[in-house]
Design a protein around this ligand. Sequence first.
Ligand code: NAG
Ligand code: NAG
Ligand code: NAG
Ligand code: NAG
Length: 734
Amino acid sequence: MLGHTSRHVTSLTHMYSNFIITSIVVEIWFKCAAECPYFVFESALQLISHLIAVFPCSKYVTEEGQRIVGGVLIGTGLWIAVTFVMRNVLKYLLSWHGWMFNRHGSLSLTTKIWLVLVKVCSGPKPMLYSFQNSIPRLPVPPIKDTVRRYLESARPLMDDEQYKRMEGLAKDFEKNLGPKLQWYLKLKSWWASNYVSDWWEEYIYLRGRGPIMVNSNYYAMDFLYVIPTTRQAARAGNSIHAIMMYRRKLDRAQIKPLMVLNTIPMCSSQYERMFNTSRVPGVETDVLQHMNESKHIAVYHKGRFFKVWLFYDGRLLLPREIEQQIERILADKSEPHPGEELLAALTAGDRDPWAKARSQFFSRGKNKQSLDSVEKAAFFVTLDDTEQRYDPENSVQSLDSYGKSLLHGKCYDRWFDKSFNLIVFKNGTMGLNAEHSWADAPIVGHLWEHVLSSDPVRLGYTEDGHCKGNPHPNLPGPQRLQWDIPEEGQAVINSSLKVAKALADDVDMHIIPFNDFGKGLIKKCKTSPDGFIQIALQLAHFRDKGKFCLTYEASMTRLFREGRTETVRSCTTQTCDFVRAMMNDKATKLKLLKVAAEKHQDLYRLAMTGKGIDRHLFCLYLVSKYLGEDSAFLKEVLSEPWRLSTSQTPLQQVDLFDIKRHPEYVTSGGGFGPVADDGYGVSYIILGEDLINFHISSKHSSPETDSHRFGSNIRQAMLDMLDLFQFDNKASNK
Ligand SMILES: *[C@@H]1O[C@H](CO)[C@@H](O)[C@H](O)[C@H]1NC(C)=O
Ligand SMILES: *[C@@H]1O[C@H](CO)[C@@H](O)[C@H](O)[C@H]1NC(C)=O
Ligand SMILES: *[C@@H]1O[C@H](CO)[C@@H](O)[C@H](O)[C@H]1NC(C)=O
Ligand SMILES: *[C@@H]1O[C@H](CO)[C@@H](O)[C@H](O)[C@H]1NC(C)=O
């Protein structure tokens, strides 16, 4: 879910040396292309006014007509000028981030005035991409600052000797190699719309050669306590329809851009490749293939692949009609072709064998056609033949199995390369599995919120659990995809499956709906909920493993154009002090907790405003590789493992859900696989005032970890921390 540097560092060694020059040329070209419409439009206007001056049109047009033409021209010119000015003023305003440093819950006068100005310049009803040209570029922070922040973050994790050594390396880097690398990076940042994102996508995701299943793909889960229908086909009917309605809104840019405080826009560029997209394996690097046209989906059921057209008679199929198509697939009793059943295991195993097999066996004839149908589909749907749901009688085991199924399934029943898979289980529960390179989790979360809020409420079901409406009398059925996979091809599939299976079986997944308390009570403690949870994770981790570890928390940098994520290193000297005080039951616990929470907030704000540590160092490292310069400092920093990797899934469209009255009609969040072999992955979602869901993962093969043990440590840590406040409240009441 996060994009971890250490995972793919090895792939960085394959690189082109003249890359920087090429990328600069390409950037200049793109920049010109992007600015072009203005330029063209303005010159056209000038030309027209010249023409009018040179050839008096009075001969052909009445004076009235001339006045109208003149008025229209001046009006248009004025409108363009105003838009242009507004946009640039907005851009200027948005490069200020002082608003973020207000104390929690109160806004300074400056911020208030600034917010009004931003609102005025934003116009009344922004569309998805309205702000794209006003969003500022991510600045490159000074090396000195990044190194200082790095050392500060490393301090609690090193003993004095290690730290001294690291400090030496860092200072040397800052003085010698650093400035040179920084110079190249600055150069890139002047031309590129974002100095990190293209490299991030390429080196963290696309060049990774290991399996993307579990390691990179992540999932989103259904409602926990509600099952709107137990008919698999009906659930698929409504949700596929809802997804297509979302796509239509997206095509028309009718989605409201994400805005902080309802005013400050976040970059929307990650939405662009949500649909019609597949990751395509290559020998050195994969590529993202995005189609501008795609009117069908690909469906997998019991070893067979189907192509289902979603349009008929020039319109989108209605839910009941999609249900009808799905029913036909469920009723189809044909056998899989040789190799077909396990085919998708290719997308779950290592990338190189898949790339080779793809060009060897799938580049001709019907195999190519069928593969095209899958890769060029709007998205992928699995009609899973297992049942997964939250079972109150067996809550732990049922949720763990549900999570694992969404994360990896049987390794051959999801097309992991597809931008996302909709998985509908036998009894009508569902979920998503998303590929990570094209966007980060909040984007998929946005889609998922739309689907879950449309499905049971707006679209609804009939009493007997079907989609509303009627089946179509003469809708052509789904098309079974044809494959002719030779023995050698099947052997590759089998060996990919073996690799994937070992990985999947090793995942120790645990999901906790934590309902002892939630955001409501945490806010009463005057702490940010995220900070509170992060500190609880630190406490839980220390109790779990008896030590601190480098901790990754994903934050967004979408306040900047094409921004993706930045790491908050949320294990700090302050959290360690607090944890030690808890372990030794010191009287200063509460005070230290507040200090730690404050520090965490501070780091989070820095990360969001482009003053993080890890993306900058990552880019410097890449530059050093391009230049063939070795930096011991960068190498060490980039290879430190993240043994605790965390991410909050934000609920974005709160107004879609009535959390107060129907708290059960809300997604239960999502999760991702373990990042380090002996570490934990934790994803959490804060739902309403009283519920927090944790999705915890680790590997069975590590003797150091146990997701269930960590889960109970998290629960205990949350409760213990809350206790501190209640004691405090009682004390201050007296
Ligand atoms: C879509 O792609 C096709 C073929 O690649 C191209 O001919 C067409 O112009 C594209 N359409 C749009 C709207 O970009
Ligand atoms: C995907 O394909 C559809 C249908 O052909 C097209 O209208 C749409 O613009 C494409 N969507 C995206 C996000 O590219
Ligand atoms: C799934 O549905 C079937 C038939 O509707 C039912 O017999 C079965 O008990 C359900 N399974 C669960 C886990 O609820
Ligand atoms: C691949 O595995 C399947 C199922 O385990 C088996 O039936 C088939 O013979 C294997 N094919 C090859 C070529 O190894």
